[in-house]
Design a binder for this molecule. Sequence first.
Ligand code: MG
Ligand code: MG
Length: 267
Amino acid sequence: MSRRAPELKGPADLAIMRQAGLIVWEVIQAMIAAVRPGATTAEIDRLAEHETRRRGATPAFKGYRGFPASLCISVNEEVVHGIPSEQRSLREGDVVSLDFGVFMGGFYGDSAVTVPVGQVAPEAARLIDATRAAMHAGIGAARAGNRLHDIGHAVQRVAEGAGFSVVRDFVGHGIGRRLHEEPQVPNYGTEGTGVRLKPGMVLAIEPMVNAGLPEVEILDDGWTAITLDRRPSAHFEHTVAIGPEGPTILTLPDGVPPGREGLLGDP
Ligand code: MG
Ligand code: MG
């Protein structure tokens, strides 16, 4: 991948990205409300597409490098890029990652949340909470003047501090007029290294955290990443704008406290 300087967004760009981000949030809330035992993952995908189009936006992932659906839905040992299916019904105890993005007005928004289906194993619940907390630690480090790998360092400290491991094979990214822009944003790293963070950078910060080992493999469908040890994985993501005063989470509405993603109930 080329190492271009991260593109800086101006106020007009950020206003559109905020609108896109809020649509992502709303669609994810609708999906969370639909996650229940017996729901098929294809059903949740159709809901996401419908809720996106009726808001005047386009699902970002459909057709992206040939991805066949609007939603990446990854259950239990699936880490990311799970493909929705009529054959896959959710079951009590499943851990479900919903990774979703939209394109609107020339810009992208991208976010992910992991939710339990009913009652899950205590370790799975802890994994979800630790992954969400790791994401917010990363977001907290996304400040002008800091370095890029301060983000990954903060993510890693929280995830590993909880006894879990950080996936290396997939990373966060810059986002804007393209879904994936420079820089790549690893969820691990050395404090004080990497490019200097500047106001106007917009980053998708998205830790994938495994209960067991960090290694993943890709299924024969060419997309679905699963943990090598088949233990569960969780994924949270926000699109975050770095401002002069600190980070703004574009995929979270004003008035919704950060740190409760997936715990908010019906929209
Ligand atoms: Mg995403
Ligand atoms: Mg992303």
